[in-house]
Design a protein around this ligand. Structure first.
Ligand code: OSB
Ligand code: MG
Length: 375
């Protein structure tokens, strides 16, 4: 499998609503769209690195830099037997997982298209449809939040995730339980906003029957999470702390979590995501697919990986219209039934990238091919 050409396009899409977490507010979605060309086919992926290094250490600029300087030149001179070779080829590059993932996932899409199978099938997916939930950012008031929850429940979303931070936590969860009862699948994501000093607050959450609390402690911690998990009834789910299958193994062996959120970008690509999925399945740890406010191409990759068997808990891959007035893919991601997204059966990601829409949001682009490098 030879990659003849790679294109990077930097896009900025307006978001319907600002998305606030404990680490900041996203008002626009800026990202790199990757296209890889081979044998008359095009594979696509999105980089999920954000404009500021707040979720992890990467940014859009660092992802572009690492892709352009270190990954793309080598990709253009490699004859891949399968996309799985990518991870090994670039293991010498420390971290920069979102940069790696953007190119690797595009190669996976290309590979599936060349084989004439869906990306889900190429990855070993078994589900024809996946259950999805929503992630709701921090809202100006509790009333605003309750209104949002009501709307998403009406659309049938299978999991409600709310963002919490110190001072905006227990009473928020309490208000949701008092309004909508204890039957709705509810969880909270702290994005590393707490320390072990907050253990009393975190313990108070136990009474509200959350499916899990996501990443309560430091982004690089698995030790204190293990201490906290011993004190909490609510399962801890790790997001930021897990960058590889080795991280996952250590966290599981330490007892730092009972659930893992898999994000393709955070772990360096689909091959590593699949490895984490397989390991968790072996250990009896359920996983679910997180989100990074992706546009359509990123959503399509999330749908494909979430079709694997151990993605037991509904993920964050909500419909395109939760975030964008229009998406860059056709059809957009929609709910086929309440809270359900159908896994496409067409080749690769199974969605078309609409270049006119990409052009509407395009800031700049660059094309790389072997000849251009030789000149
Ligand atoms: O922690 O899961 C997170 C968005 C940006 C950065 C981190 C996170 C999130 C979300 C949004 O929760 C999930 C989505 O894409 O809907
Ligand atoms: Mg999270």
């Amino acid at each position: 499998m030879k990659i003849e050409k790679v294109k990077l396009e930097r896009l900025k899409m307006p978001m319907l609503h600002p998305f606030e977490t404990s680490f900041g507010v996203e008002k626009e979605k800026e990202f790199i769209l990757v296209s890889v060309y081979g044998d008359g086919y095009v594979g696509y992926a999105e980089s999920v690195a954000m404009d500021l290094p707040m979720y992890n250490e990467e940014t859009i600029d660092t992802a572009w830099h690492v892709a352009e300087q270190f990954i793309i030149p080598k990709v253009l001179e490699t004859d891949f037997e399968s996309p799985e070779e990518f991870t090994k080829l670039f293991s010498w590059i420390r971290r920069n997982n979102m940069a790696k993932s953007a190119i690797e996932s595009a190669i996976w899409d290309l590979y599936a298209k060349q084989k004439g199978i869906s990306l889900s099938q190429a990855l070993g997916g078994v589900k024809e449809e996946i259950e999805v939930g929503v992630s709701i950012g921090i809202q100006p008031t509790v009333e605003d939040l309750l209104k949002k929850v009501e709307g998403f429940l009406a659309e049938g979303y299978k999991k409600i995730k709310v963002k919490i931070k110190p001072g905006v936590d227990v009473e928020l969860v309490k208000a949701i339980r008092e309004t909508f009862g204890y039957d709705i699948p509810l969880m909270a994501d702290a994005n590393s906003a707490y320390t072990l000093d907050d253990i009393d607050t975190l313990k108070q959450l136990d009474q509200y029957g959350l499916i899990m609390i996501e990443q309560p402690l430091a982004h690089d911690d698995i030790i204190d999470h293990a201490k906290l998990q011993r004190e909490l009834q609510t399962p801890i789910c790790l997001d930021e702390s897990i960058h590889s299958v080795e991280d996952a193994r250590k966290a599981i062996e330490l007892g730092s979590c009972k659930i893992i959120n898999i994000k393709i970008g955070r772990v360096g690509g689909l091959t590593e995501a699949k490895k984490i999925h397989d390991l968790c399945k072996l250990y009896g740890i359920p996983v679910w697919c997180g989100g990074m406010l992706e546009a359509g191409v990123g959503r399509a990759h999330n749908i494909a990986i979430a079709s694997l068997s151990n993605f037991i808990i509904p993920g964050d891959t909500s419909a395109s219209k939760k975030y964008f007035a229009e998406d860059i893919i056709g059809p957009e991601v929609t709910l086929s039934k309440p809270g359900i997204v159908t896994v496409p059966k067409g080749p690769g990601i199974g969605f078309k990238v609409i270049q006119e829409k990409v052009d509407n949001y395009l800031l700049n682009s660059k094309v790389f091919c072997k000849e251009a490098i030789l000149v």
